[in-house]
Design a protein around this ligand. Structure first.
Ligand SMILES: [Zn+2]
Length: 248
């Protein structure tokens, strides 16, 4: 796989002893690739990513994998709080309000190739290919509700959920009952936290709870409308079961 290495970002430091375990996908929300390069390589902006993928599928390598690029900000995944030290950040030249408001096929094909390569190099699990909104659900929405997660799961890069059998749902409900988890909200929070989401403050704070639910919806139901009738609960149960039954 070919990268353009002509542009280098100064915005990085040393990883904090962590292995590379996660891939975080972002969008730039800027006008075009050139703007993105100058932003991500500007010392004053104090942000960067390892890779940037343009609308025509060109991949720019701005920070070497071994360094800690500054893309995640305050974030959390499965008790990891220094996400930058444990991840590779990929920016997509996409702006929901710009001319570059489509995830082009060429862009997504390059992204898939890059993910595959990184997964192999660093043995990154399928469950650890994440949206910025997964690790920072209270302040970030990228890569947004139009990002083609389905295409990534059909290419077997991220986990796809098998349908559950009736008895599997019963097992889960029994377990909830035994552990005295009665309300749907409590169950929802528990499942989200087992998957990896930051649920530390959401039980007491409805605003944060709704943001977390929205982040989950964006990713798994391609919708950010938290008032929609379709509940995320069934998807969550399926997600948890598949998550527990797969090693990767
Ligand atoms: Zn982002």
């Amino acid at each position: 796989m070919k990268y353009i290495t002509k542009y280098k970002s100064p915005n990085y430091n040393l990883r904090n002893n962590s292995n590379i375990q996660l891939i975080i996908i972002h969008y730039t929300a800027l006008k075009n690739t050139l703007d993105a390069i100058s932003y991500l390589c500007n010392k004053e902006k104090k942000v960067s990513s390892h890779y940037l993928i343009s609308q025509n599928g060109t991949v720019y390598n701005l920070v070497k994998d071994k360094f800690r690029a500054w893309h995640a900000g305050q974030a959390f995944w499965r008790d990891i709080v220094d996400i930058n030290s444990a991840s590779i950040g990929i920016e997509l030249d996409y702006n929901p309000r710009g001319k570059n408001n489509k995830f082009s096929l060429k862009m997504i094909n390059s992204l898939k190739k890059l993910i595959l390569k990184l997964q192999k190099n660093y043995k990154i699990k399928k469950n650890n290919i994440l949206a910025h909104s997964d690790i920072a659900p209270f302040r970030k929405i990228d890569p947004g509700k139009h990002f083609p997660w389905k295409s990534l799961s059909s290419s077997n890069l991220v986990m796809s959920f098998k349908k559950l059998k009736n008895n599997e749902i019963k097992i889960m409900e029994k377990w909830f009952k035994k552990n005295n988890l009665k309300s749907k909200k409590k169950k929802t929070i528990l499942i989200l936290s087992l998957i990896g989401y930051d649920t530390r403050e959401v039980y007491r704070n409805d605003k944060l709870y709704n943001k977390l639910i929205r982040a989950y919806r964006i990713r798994y139901l391609n919708s950010d409308d938290i008032n929609k009738n379709k509940s995320i609960y069934n998807t969550l149960i399926k997600h948890l079961f598949n998550f527990m039954l797969t090693k990767n």
